[in-house]
Design a protein around this ligand. Structure first.
Ligand SMILES: O=C(O)c1cccc(C(=O)CC[C@H]2O[C@@H](n3cnc4c(=O)[nH]cnc43)[C@H](O)[C@@H]2O)c1
Length: 226
């Protein structure tokens, strides 16, 4: 059974739209795959708590997908409405903050867990998709995904994060969910659709509707042939 974790009801609804889904003990069966829908709430704290609860309640979970909308640092490779796959998750706010930047703490989040850096998790989306018997279309761009509690609210912050981390996209839950899956030892995939440019405050330039519409195409493509 795969946990499908989305921050909001709306994102979850779009992910499951149009798919046949007879209910089985809270899970839904979609094209032969058992999926447990989970609304995590917005932000890394809510997501971490929700992931812990879901994994405790469902020790039989064999994988986790995090799906939702995101901001893009690179509109050429990750345009509005585009589907992107995280190949690394970074939590840039974990560390020592100066006026200039945040340097990762020497102290690990979990002393019994080795991360790639104190606040980074390398992901392996192709391998994890295979482990979950899912397709990962090659057309979906892969990039570094940042998880923040504070959404980038100006171009300067977005420019800094893009340069510092080689970041492709920004979201508010991915790192927490990836860490929970890593700790449990199950495969993890993060698939997001772009709703806005990171750091762009002009809502007329956002396109949440297009990002939600793109979410509808994600599961059917991943389940093709399943
Ligand atoms: O009020 C704002 O400035 C603002 C800017 C962007 C997004 C929001 C949201 O309420 C959405 C948060 C929700 O969606 C994901 N998301 C979407 N775009 C971004 C982003 O640019 N930076 C971080 N997270 C984003 C996020 O995962 C949340 O679940 C508000």
């Amino acid at each position: 059974m795969i946990i499908l974790a989305c921050a909001t009801e709306r994102e979850l609804r779009e992910m499951l739209a149009g798919l046949e889904k007879p209910v089985e003990n809270g899970a839904v069966r979609v094209a032969g795959c058992r999926i447990l829908p989970c609304v995590t709430g917005v932000g890394p704290v809510a997501a971490g708590i929700s992931a812990g609860e879901a994994l405790a309640r469902h020790p039989e979970a064999t994988g986790m997908i995090n799906a939702g909308i995101c901001g893009s640092f690179d509109p050429e490779r990750f345009p509005l409405g585009g589907i992107c796959v995280a190949r690394k998750e970074v939590w840039p706010e974990y560390g020592v903050r100066t006026d200039v930047e945040t340097t990762p703490l020497d102290y690990p989040m979990f002393p019994d867990m080795e991360l790639d850096a104190a606040n980074e998790l390398r992901l392996d989306p192709v391998f994890c998709a295979g482990e979950m018997n899912l397709r990962l279309p090659e057309a979906w761009s892969q990039g570094v995904s940042l998880t923040v509690a504070g959404v980038s609210g100006c171009p300067g912050r977005a420019d800094f994060l893009r340069e510092r981390y080689g970041a492709a996209t920004e979201n508010m839950e991915g790192f927490a969910l990836a860490l929970a899956a890593r700790r449990r030892g199950i495969p993890f995939l993060e698939i997001r659709t772009v709703s806005n440019l990171a750091g762009e405050r002009d809502k007329k330039k956002w396109n949440f509707r297009q990002a939600f519409a793109s979410l509808r195409s994600v599961l059917p493509m991943m389940l093709e042939g399943a």
